[in-house]
Write a protein that binds this ligand. Structure first.
Ligand code: UDP
Length: 238
């Protein structure tokens, strides 16, 4: 059966990343993956986080916050700042871990970079788009630190991107949109680095348990998808 979007199983949605979309942030990127749109900003704090200062730790830190606007989805959702949202808290932590995995904290110096990912419109894969777009915002903020003479060496070791994949209608497919996500038997998210290695894998057998072979195939599809996303990140960062 054809995917609702008529895509091939390993075909991702059209992707765009636009930089410099915020006048104030040291780094910003608006990422669109099909109907999913996320505004990512990177804010530089010229200091370590409090916990590092208190514990006499070296180096800097990268952290992230994720939130969905009320009408990002089909029915109005309460604002995170007012209605506590555990899903957003979990996704914020995932984004932070993904971005930290490619940054040398000592080379970052005593600085904190906060990546804010605000979902303007959600159509599946918002956490993955946040990681992919958040990385671009992070790179721009790192560039800002270097241009301002705060650090001499690039602390970012390699690129990182993320994509969803799953088992939909008995078929392994890449980059699920909301219609597919709702009906997926297996729903997963893959964070992959430029060197083709995995940073984090989230996989859930939504309707029944799954096999290792299925994950293995999805890993392959996701790695190829992330390489395309990384190529695009490189283009917009040129
Ligand atoms: N979604 C929604 N309202 C919510 C949470 C999710 O409409 O409160 C939709 C949205 O389109 C989202 C999709 O469900 O992209 C899948 O959500 P999931 O929690 O799997 O995260 P995502 O795939 O966006 O990373």
């Amino acid at each position: 059966m054809m995917r609702p979007s008529m895509r091939q199983p390993n075909q991702m949605r059209p992707v765009s990343m636009e930089t410099g979309v915020n006048k104030w942030a040291e780094g910003s990127c608006l990422i669109k993956m099909g109907g999913t749109q996320v505004l990512c900003t990177a804010s530089v704090d010229l200091n370590q986080p409090l916990w590092k200062r208190v514990q006499n730790k070296t180096g800097g830190w990268v952290t992230a916050e994720y939130s969905m606007l009320p009408r990002a989805c089909g029915t109005r959702k309460g604002r995170d700042a007012i209605m506590k949202d555990h899903r957003s808290a979990e996704i914020s932590r995932l984004i932070g871990r993904a971005l930290r995995s490619v940054v040398d904290m000592d080379a970052l110096g005593r600085h904190t970079i906060t990546i804010d990912c605000d979902v303007i419109q959600a159509d599946g894969g918002t956490r993955c788009a946040s990681i992919t777009g958040g990385f671009v915002a992070l790179m721009l903020a790192v560039r800002w630190l270097m241009q301002n003479g705060r650090i001499s060496q690039n602390p970012v070791r390699e690129h990182v991107a993320a994509i969803s994949a799953g088992l939909w209608n008995g078929e392994l497919v890449l980059d699920l949109d909301y219609d597919e996500d709702c009906a997926a038997e297996l729903d997963s998210n893959f964070v992959v680095s430029e060197s083709g290695r995995f940073v984090e894998i989230q996989a859930t057998g939504e309707q029944h348990p799954f096999d290792a072979a299925q994950i293995s195939k999805l890993m392959e599809m996701a790695a190829a998808g992330c390489q395309k996303l990384i190529d695009l990140q490189k283009q917009v960062l040129e």
